[in-house]
Design a protein around this ligand. Sequence first.
Ligand SMILES: Nc1ncnc2c1ncn2[C@@H]1O[C@H](COP(=O)(O)OP(=O)(O)OP(=O)(O)O)[C@@H](O)[C@H]1O
Ligand SMILES: [Mg+2]
Length: 247
Amino acid sequence: MGDFTPFPVIGKPEPLLSLVEVSKLYDGATPFLALDRVSLDVREGEFISIIGPSGSGKSTLLHLLGCLDRPTGGEVFVQGKPLSAMSDDGVADIRRDTIGFVFQAFNLAPTLNVFKNVELPLMIRGVPQKERQETVSRNLETVGLTDKAGSMPWQLSGGQKQRVAIARALANNPKVILADEPTGNLDTKSSREVMDHISSLCRDRGLTVILVTHEQNLAGMADRIVRIVDGRIAPEARKKGERRRFA
Ligand SMILES: Nc1ncnc2c1ncn2[C@@H]1O[C@H](COP(=O)(O)OP(=O)(O)OP(=O)(O)O)[C@@H](O)[C@H]1O
Ligand SMILES: [Mg+2]
């Protein structure tokens, strides 16, 4: 009789994004270690918020998670594949197909109306017109801006502009939305409105969301809070439902 072969172990699915002991050293006259051996797994469908003081490394972390930059130490894995093994073109493909970005400054093209702003990434990808039309309409509906399709960015409120930016980030049907202080320029009501859209994307569409914010009431809407201090993850991270342990 042969050796006993155990049943294959069916493990947890691969994290969507994974940082393993990742560091980022900004080189220059005074080199600065912005991230120091950070490890983080992001699973599909998770809503994570990243908090921490100004200059602690939040945006740097988000840039690495979004494959906008490469680490100077450690490894970034996207769906189990190491970034260091990919060419710059390969990384650009991953970014385009997997990740949608929403930043604090709305970055809408000022001379294009709402519809065309959301359509832009699809044009760049060479998507045929009929499909572009359908996708833009669907995404504008998702963020509740169907009636503003013909408006110019200057005719919109801050919250509406940010929702256009979300619709645009959704254009390529990404797996994950990375948002860096998306409500930083907004009043409380608009912030809430934008956050409600972001959290419903996660809940209803199973989208993965990683949100950098300094507002703790917004951070609290996430499943998990990751706190960065001096380029390292602080141990106060909590799961939803647990008592808050950070001040
Ligand atoms: N290109 C760069 N060259 C040198 N240092 C940099 C560079 N970019 C960022 N840093 C430094 O790295 C540290 C982390 O910056 P980062 O932008 O990640 O902070 P942050 O947590 O997003 O801050 P904030 O809340 O103010 O946006 C800061 O001390 C910053 O000065
Ligand atoms: Mg920042």
